[in-house]
Design a protein around this ligand. Structure first.
Ligand code: MIC
Length: 651
């Protein structure tokens, strides 16, 4: 490998363990971390359990952007806990309302050539500026904060060449929806997506953020853009030009797979309910009535996205049947919206302005009315994620959402010319853009002595036993592409329990089966646990480790799936649940909910190779499963989770 692409350069410069051979486990030095509140409380409890003194990274920042509704003491108690923990462990603290972690991190901390690990699956967004940014479960991020490497399978690189020019009314969101149309929700698993080519000059850094952010939706390990003059401009705008460095692929660098997007050929696209992979041209669903248009989130976080919305609705009024919900992504963006008049046009049009944060993107407010269509610029529309049961959420660009807010039905924004005589507003970066870092609090130098402020809802981490043989029932059989939103749902009712495992475990799998918790309790006493079975791409989506810890707390012993999503799979072994894979579709088909499965000598079987034999006691059959865990992961699994391994090593 002498001529390297950007991904290979980033990996090579941070490789501390393993070989750069595709599929082999590698360990990378992590320079920066980000945690957000919904996953961060667990990370801080994990750091406490590990007895960490001070973060060992160059920069770690704790954001408060998810659990912002304060309907009782729980969320505000968590905010205070996180503030005290950040100071105690030497971590920056982004105050509630300061904004969504990914864009704020990109603006103020992300650096070309560095690595970032974040306890949020959209951390790859910072790949927009030549960074290797990985989403991970909280425990992996806790270890990164403690200075440990981040482990992953050496990815392949999918090089996507961008050529041409974006047509009017088409923007970065349509580019990534085009990728989702091609790759669906699992087509980029095992790959880093690296964009290059002359079309890059059509996309500024925040446009690239849109694309890098939603690479996660294709299952990619991460997404990488080069650090070029545009990134330099962006860093200059953010008062950080001195931190810029160029990072581009070597002349003639190769990619494992190739694709190309001719930007001129892209049209406005939309993902239909309830998967980001259900992409069709907007024109195909035009005319469907809508209830809501939602602007904001880490998937369309730039000032431009709010500006274009305001230009479309300026001097007009949103349709009487539509709620136009605007969620600025940061306090800095709010300031710029106010200064530039964007806020005035939005308010005059009838938009509802919310505080800076993730808000409705994870169902923290702004749930749509039953049976009504909601158009959102957010990254995900998994079932019930909005907070409304059997919701109908579409994903689209701000142009499409704003056009539809005016007409009250799904509208191809290109038709605004015909409908309202509107010309496509051409965006130019404001020259006097306001930069505001004041709500980013630097940790004090002697924080080690600081007491952790724990409200009554913050419970300590449960302890788990070592892995042992079992004979337990299958209490749930699921299909393909089960998201973590279905395993452990988001939403305003559940998110406040993120620092209380016993309580949050009551919501395990309720999106799929309301009786799951009761059944799990029943079989816990009778059989000593349970197992669940799934199809392809199990645990896709969010990085929330609660989708492993909560079922583990209900004594889940193993999952048998056709295949897994990267982070979900890692989280299972981190918490002592065996992630096994079917070796044939027939074995999956043959299992029924209620079957009793037995695995004997599980420890020896796992240690002696990839194969693990399972007996279906109810059917009187036997079938083979396999695992692809590394030696390191296996050790954690056998110990009953990586915290146990860590504690053992300290003894
Ligand atoms: C999401 O977009 O699903 C979330 C909410 O940001 C999650 C993190 C979480 O569940 O707290 C993610 O993407 O990892």
């Amino acid at each position: 490998m002498d001529r390297l692409n950007v991904t290979q350069k980033l990996i090579k410069s941070h490789l501390v363990d393993g070989e750069m051979r595709s599929g082999a486990e590698i360990g990378l030095k992590i320079d920066q971390t980000l945690t957000q509140d919904a996953t961060g409380t667990m990370v801080m409890l994990e750091l406490e359990a590990m007895g960490l003194d001070k973060a060992q990274t160059e920069i770690s920042c704790q954001y408060v952007d998810h659990n912002l509704l304060q309907t009782d003491n729980k969320n505000p108690d968590d905010h205070l806990f996180l503030k005290s923990a950040a100071d105690r462990f030497g971590i920056w603290f982004s105050r509630p309302g300061n904004g969504v972690s990914h864009p704020v991190h990109t603006e103020h901390f992300a650096r070309p050539g560095k690595t970032l690990a974040g306890s949020d699956s959209h951390t790859p967004a910072s790949g927009c500026m030549g960074m290797f940014a990985l989403g991970a479960g909280g425990l992996d991020v806790a270890f990164a904060i403690a200075g440990e490497p981040m482990y992953l399978k050496m990815p392949k690189v999918l090089g996507v060449k961008l050529t041409g020019k974006l047509p009017d009314w088409v923007s970065a969101k349509d580019v990534v929806l085009e990728m989702l149309r091609r790759y669906d929700v699992k087509g980029a698993r095992g790959f880093v997506i690296e964009y290059y080519g002359p079309g890059l000059k059509e996309l500024d850094t925040m446009d690239r953020h849109v694309i890098a952010n939603m690479g996660t939706e294709m299952g990619a390990t991460t997404t990488v853009f080069p650090s070029d003059d545009e990134v330099r401009r962006f860093m200059r705008q953010n008062d950080r030009e001195d931190e810029w460095e160029e990072l581009v692929a070597d002349e003639g660098a190769e990619y494992d797979e190739h694709d190309e997007i001719v930007l001129d050929e892209i049209e406005p696209l939309i993902a239909l309910p309830s998967s980001p992979g259900n992409v069709v041209p907007v024109s195909e669903v035009e005319g469907e009535p809508i209830y809501q248009s939602y602007i904001g989130s880490s998937a369309n976080p730039g000032f431009r996205d709010f500006w274009i919305t305001s230009e479309i609705v300026k001097n007009r009024r949103v349709h009487d049947d539509v709620s136009l919900d605007v969620n600025p992504t940061s306090r800095q963006i709010i300031e710029n919206m106010v200064k530039s008049g964007v806020m005035l046009y939005l308010v005059q049009s009838g938009a509802r302005i919310h505080q800076a944060g993730c808000n409705g993107c994870i169902g923290m407010g702004q749930a749509p009315a039953s049976g009504r269509n909601s158009l959102r610029t957010v990254p995900r529309n998994f079932p019930d994620r909005s907070g409304t049961k059997e919701d109908s959420v579409f994903l689209c660009s701000p142009e499409t959402a704003a056009a539809s807010a005016l007409t009250g039905k799904i509208t191809d924004p290109r038709n605004l010319e015909k409908l309202f005589g509107m010309k496509y507003p051409k965006y130019r970066e404001p020259e006097d853009y306001i930069i505001n870092k004041e709500m980013l609090l630097k940790p004090s130098s002697n924080g080690e002595k600081r007491e952790l402020v724990k409200g009554p809802n913050i419970s300590t981490l449960p302890e788990f036993e070592e892995l042992s043989d079992f004979k337990v029932p299958v209490i749930l059989k699921m299909g393909d592409d089960i998201s973590t939103d279905e395993i452990l749902k988001a939403g305003a009712e559940v998110l406040p329990f993120r620092s209380n495992i016993p309580e949050i475990s009551k919501f395990s799998f309720t999106v799929i089966d309301e009786q799951f918790y009761d059944r799990a309790q029943e079989v816990k006493d009778k059989h000593g646990g349970h197992i669940v079975v799934a199809g392809d791409n199990y645990a896709q989506g969010s990085s929330r480790e609660h989708a492993a810890i909560a079922p583990r707390y209900l004594v889940q012993r193993a999952v048998i799936a056709k295949s897994y999503a990267r982070i979900g799979w890692q989280n299972l072994s981190n918490f002592g649940i065996a992630p096994l894979e079917f070796t044939s579709d027939e074995d999956y088909d043959a299992i029924e909910q209620g079957d009793i499965l037995q695995i004997e000598n599980i420890r020896e079987q796992l240690k002696s190779g990839e194969e693990v034999v399972v007996t279906n006691i109810s059917k009187g059959t036997e079938f083979k499963t396999r695992h692809t865990l590394s030696g390191r992961q296996l050790k954690a699994l056998l110990d009953g989770g990586i915290i146990n391994t860590f504690k053992k090593e300290l003894e």
